[in-house]
Design a protein around this ligand. Structure first.
Ligand SMILES: Cc1cc2nc3c(=O)[nH]c(=O)nc-3n(C[C@H](O)[C@H](O)[C@H](O)COP(=O)(O)OP(=O)(O)OC[C@H]3O[C@@H](n4cnc5c(N)ncnc54)[C@H](O)[C@@H]3O)c2cc1C
Length: 817
């Protein structure tokens, strides 16, 4: 029972008193804000937090943000007792991850090198060392263990209570038994929370309602597509060999993790095929709740998990526990300001790592709320990457079956989601399928990744970290783009029509480059935030003085739309998402001009249709927008075709293409071609922690323009002298090396950065990637040329080459030909 009276006003109301809400409130207070109120429907921890197993592990992620959050969290849980007087139950017993097959060994070697770079003390140990640390484990099939001595476990309830106490000591008011029943809003911004005990006016509201977050979000029209799923652990009776000092053991190939629990063994599970729970809605009165275990479904997985500690099969089961945890469509949390509602923040969908990232996540969100911009890369978990269709019950029911299981699958870099497929198809889909496309899921779009030649099935085959069976098909597509002409479906790109008398003015204010020049011209630009950091990377085509065509990448639909809408409030400018109204075909390669000239009466010559020109051209019976631009580094064109004309135009192109040996190319080729040219991909190799100059994108920032968001900071960045942090191209001339992400780059033996995104440069003849080098000194040609460069891939170090300018066509001769 609350004895305090609910205030009528607060600066921030946090809704939900699990680990996440408590951490957000604690950090807001710690970082200096007051008038923070936390309301909890029942008791603190009564949702998912109370039954978590409490693993506190820093190993395992190739996201810098996630790894830093884990490190911060561990440190916080270690030190919280001294601050609050309440213990967190943190026990640094150590953690071991087992690799039992060659692909997992490769994966964990890649991950451990990255984690070490981030400051995690992870060591590869032998099966015998595993056995000596965890004697009751079977190790005959173990290839290696990955051991972090400083990791361990906490008691999730104690951690939450300790943080709540710390928060209260700093002035936060926490209320149990208070349910948020609605949201107050005005002019597109949140103004407060309605509760069962009255309204609280507030500047900010934070939705940390765990598995209820989606339902609570719906009350405010905010899209939060998380979904609860059954999540299990088993606890055996006590036995003498199970001592509390044993480390935590994790064996993804057996679907299990293992730790001591009151003298018995706890076996936690991530089964490969899982069961969503209460898709129709989470009951409002589910507190400290348990789900009846499904023994039949779990039996085979449990048997496999127990087999790792054979002794456990002869010990009685004290408890087989099932509780709900919320999962997201891409296994990454849902964090940030809702695009639908200003000052409404969300931190939910923790995918079973809410305890071990909770401290760090609270800090990140508090900083974001207080300053308006995050201080870590949030492109992977920003709420605005998710789309409204992903809240559809059938989608959630279908995708969630896959998501929990992904936690323990081997994370092959080329794997695509297998569930909830076919949600979005481009108009060309059936034709591309007939042409041999292997499709992957690109923000829900079925997009061709590569094409199988006639007689070969378009199947990914056995996954690996090395050369896949489709490598030669990919290579042929890449070479066709460099030497001849290709057709590529890019319909997944998001397209907006921005119209109105002020449309150009507004877009020019948002854009760092001048996008309001000549009519009939495309401009590549960055959008910056007030810190001068990158918010979006896109093109704007001026169709006329009151009409602009904006194209952004698949993950930035709602991000870009929100930036535009929020800057248009008082202007005569209107944005419409026209993504589905146009199919996009890219015709690229040295023969692209000749091919298009066969199809249209428009003069396609270099003089009449120069680089960056945009014109409507006629193809067959259709009129399409043709823009001369490239993301592959070739002479090329992007065609934006009204959906109803798509098949007709496609057929005409393919027919005319016979003479040129036109080849279909997929997204693998897109990745390898653009990477050779050093072109960036927002959210993959550039993000909100970078400025344009560090990313070699200064050419897309027009400092002569008088007024645009981020200009002041961009001027300072430009004036601040030589860059000490810089995105460089890295190239490895060894045909056996494959770069994907997180490989460590060394200069004179010292790690200076990691590959943000990698591919294979079929023209350059080796793996190629983009690496953000943090040098602490000026990164000049001298710094690069007078040093030995190497790259570490899965435990082996290879010679490498780095470059400021792209290694392929640095003078841009091909694109302007
Ligand atoms: C079996 C199991 C084992 C796990 N093991 C681990 C582990 O070892 N390590 C790890 O890191 N994670 C683990 N997890 C995951 C972890 O427990 C969760 O990620 C974490 O607890 C989520 O915290 P939360 O604050 O988001 O949600 P919750 O703890 O569910 O908190 C949300 C709170 O919001 C309240 N609420 C909801 N709606 C309203 C409303 N309208 N008004 C007011 N209050 C509201 C609820 O009552 C609830 O208390 C495990 C989960 C399970 C199920």
């Amino acid at each position: 029972m609350n004895t305090q009276t609910l205030p009528k006003h607060a600066r921030v109301v946090v809704v939900g008193g699990g680990i996440i809400g408590t951490s957000v409130a604690y950090h807001l207070a710690k970082m200096g804000w007051n008038e923070i109120v936390l309301i909890e429907r029942d008791q603190l921890t009564s949702g998912t937090t109370w039954h978590a197993a409490g693993l506190m592990v820093t190993f395992g992620s190739t996201s810098e943000t996630s790894t830093e959050m884990r490190k911060y969290t561990r440190k916080l849980y270690e030190s919280l007792e001294a601050e609050t007087g309440l213990a967190t139950g943190f026990k640094p017993v150590g953690f071991i991850e087992l690799a039992t097959d060659k692909d997992r060994l490769e994966e964990y070697r890649r991950v451990s090198a990255f984690n070490r770079y981030c400051g995690v003390n992870v060591q590869e140990i032998s099966p015998a060392e595993v056995k000596s640390l965890f004697p009751i484990a079977k190790v005959d099939d173990v290839l290696a263990g990955f051991y972090v001595k400083e990791d361990g476990r906490v008691n999730p309830v104690d951690v939450t209570m300790s943080m709540a106490k710390g928060a209260r000591m700093m002035g936060v008011k926490t209320f149990e038994g208070v349910t948020a029943t609605g949201i107050l809003k005005k002019n597109g911004a949140v103004t407060g929370v309605r509760t069962n005990l009255g309204d609280i006016q507030a500047e900010f509201v934070v939705n940390t309602a765990g598995m209820w977050a989606r339902q609570f979000g719906e009350m405010a029209g905010v899209n939060i597509p998380n979904q609860a799923a059954e999540h299990y652990y088993l606890i055996t009776e006590e036995f003498k060999e199970m001592t509390p000092d044993l480390p935590i053991l994790e064996d993804p190939s057996s679907y299990g993790y293992y730790r001591e629990e009151v003298g018995g063994l706890m076996i936690g599970m991530f089964e490969p095929v899982c069961a969503p729970w209460k898709v129709e809605g989470i009951p409002n009165d589910f507190s400290f709740g348990e789900i009846n275990p499904d023994w039949d479904r779990m039996g085979p997985f449990l048997e496999k998990a127990m087999n790792r500690v054979p002794m456990s099969m002869n010990i009685g089961v004290k408890k087989f526990f099932c509780g709900p945890e919320s999962f997201t469509p891409d296994l990454r949390p849902i964090v940030g300001e809702a695009p639908e509602l200003k000052n409404y923040f969300v931190a939910a969908g923790l995918n079973s790592i809410g305890i071990l990232t909770g401290g760090g996540l609270g800090r990140v969100l508090a900083h974001w709320i207080m300053t308006g911009t995050p201080d870590v890369d949030v492109t992977g978990f920003n709420i605005d990457r998710l789309q409204v269709y992903q809240s559809n019950p059938e989608y959630r029911r279908t995708r969630t079956v896959e998501s929990l299981g992904l936690v323990y699958k081997c994370h092959y870099p080329t794997k695509s989601y297998e569930t909830a497929r076919g949600a979005k198809c481009s108009p060309f889909h059936d034709r591309l399928k007939a042409a041999g496309a292997y499709f992957k899921d690109v923000s829900g779009w079925e997009s061709p990744d590569w094409y199988a030649p006639a007689g070969v099935k378009a199947e990914t085959g056995e996954l690996s970290f090395g050369k896949m069976h489709w490598f030669p098909y990919w290579e042929a597509e890449h070479k066709a783009a460099r030497e001849n002409v290709i057709l590529m479906d890019m319909s997944f790109m998001n397209k907006f029509m921005v119209q109105g008398r002020d449309a150009g003015k507004v877009l020019n204010y948002i854009s760092a480059n001048n996008v309001d020049g000549k009519t009939g011209m495309i401009t590549y630009t960055q959008w910056l935030n007030t810190e001068g950091k990158l918010e979006a990377d896109l093109t704007v085509t001026k169709l006329n003085d009151e009409k602009y065509f904006v194209v952004v990448t698949d993950t930035q639909l709602r991000h870009a739309e929100t930036i535009m809408k929020r800057n248009m409030e008082d202007a005569h400018a209107f944005v419409t998402d026209v993504t589905g109204a146009y199919g996009q075909l890219n015709i690229q390669g040295p023969n692209s001009r000749k091919l298009l000239q066969k199809l249209t009466n428009t003069d396609m010559s270099n003089e009449a249709f120069p680089f960056r020109a945009a014109k409507e051209i006629d193809i067959g019976f259709a009129r399409v927008l043709c823009v001369r631009i490239t993301y592959l580094g070739e002479l090329g064109y992007e065609l934006y075709i009204p959906t109803e004309h798509c098949l007709h135009v496609y057929d005409r192109i393919v027919e005319a293409g016979i003479e040129f040996n036109l080849k279909h190319a997929g997204l693998k080729a897109l990745a390898s071609l653009r990477m050779e040219k050093g072109y960036k991909d927002y959210g993959h190799d550039i993000d909100n922690t970078d400025n344009a100059f560090e990313a070699s994108l200064g050419f897309a920032v027009d400092l002569k323009k008088e007024n645009f968001i981020g200009r002041e900071m961009a001027l300072k960045q430009k004036a601040s002298g030589p860059l000490t942090r810089r995105l460089l191209q890295v190239f490895v001339k060894n045909p056996d090396v494959f770069l994907y992400h997180a490989e460590i780059v060394k200069r004179n033996g010292v790690a200076v950065g990691y590959v943000r995104a990698g591919s294979y440069g079929h023209t350059l003849g080796g793996a190629v990637g983009l690496v953000m080098v943090e040098a602490g000194e000026a990164i000049t040609n001298d710094y690069i040329d007078n040093a030995k460069w190497e790259i570490e891939v899965a435990g082996t170090t290879y010679p490498a080459m780095v470059s400021i300018k792209p290694l392929f066509d640095p003078e841009n001769k091909k694109i302007k030909a």
